[in-house]
Design a protein around this ligand. Structure first.
Ligand SMILES: CC(C)(COP(=O)(O)OP(=O)(O)OC[C@H]1O[C@@H](n2cnc3c(N)ncnc32)[C@H](O)[C@@H]1OP(=O)(O)O)[C@@H](O)C(=O)NCCC(=O)NCCS
Length: 162
């Protein structure tokens, strides 16, 4: 099940971050709280049928109607629950936000993250370029990826209405 990420989830998100991004400055609970509160961000939770939070994802929507741009800030799934469709479902929610606004979408991903790279490619992203030493303190490189806007040029959606 996918629904909205809330303040009640931030401790669990921070716990998952420490598992998923140990060498790349995992976000603390406070970072999740401020991300959720930011008006131009949308955050989603993936939960088991029993209600356990097993994944999270967030996207920002910036710019003006007609030239809106999205950036995927994060997406992660509990290692114990990976490979069961949660990541794909979370990404679909993020892309629905972008598509409703006819916005192109950008993200950064480690160049060695084959699973995520494949998932993004299959969902319309292409590599735009490479950012050396993007992740700290690991020093890992990132690809910047872009997915073109759907229905670009016909945007009449206001950011505040999304
Ligand atoms: C990337 C990530 C979010 C995917 O989440 P997930 O719930 O495991 O993904 P899903 O089960 O929805 O699978 C998505 C696709 O990846 C494939 N996949 C998942 N795990 C895989 C694995 N270990 N090896 C190969 N393919 C895999 C699935 O087959 C599926 O393909 P499909 O869409 O063609 O059916 C998850 O692996 C993760 O949290 N990774 C660590 C954090 C991370 O790297 N985040 C991205 C930062 S940019």
């Amino acid at each position: 099940m996918i629904d909205a990420l809330t303040d009640a989830d931030v401790m669990r998100c921070a716990e998952l971050e420490r598992m998923l991004f140990p060498g790349d400055s995992p976000w603390p609970a406070e970072a999740f709280a401020s991300e959720i509160a930011a008006p131009h961000n949308r955050y989603f939770a993936a939960r088991t049928p029993q209600g356990e939070l097993v994944g999270y994802a967030g996207i920002s929507l910036l710019g003006r109607p007609g030239s809106l741009e999205c950036e995927i800030h994060t997406i992660g799934v509990d290692p114990a629950h990976q490979g069961h469709g949660y990541g794909r479902a979370l990404l679909s929610e993020l892309l629905a936000v972008a598509d409703a606004a006819h916005a192109e979408v950008f993200l950064e991903v480690r160049t060695d993250n084959e699973v995520a790279l494949d998932l993004y490619r299959r969902n319309g992203f292409d590599v735009l370029g490479i950012r050396r030493n993007y992740y700290q303190p690991s020093g890992a490189d990132a690809y910047t990826m872009r997915r073109r806007a759907v229905g670009a040029g016909s945007s009449d959606v206001k950011v505040a209405s999304l």
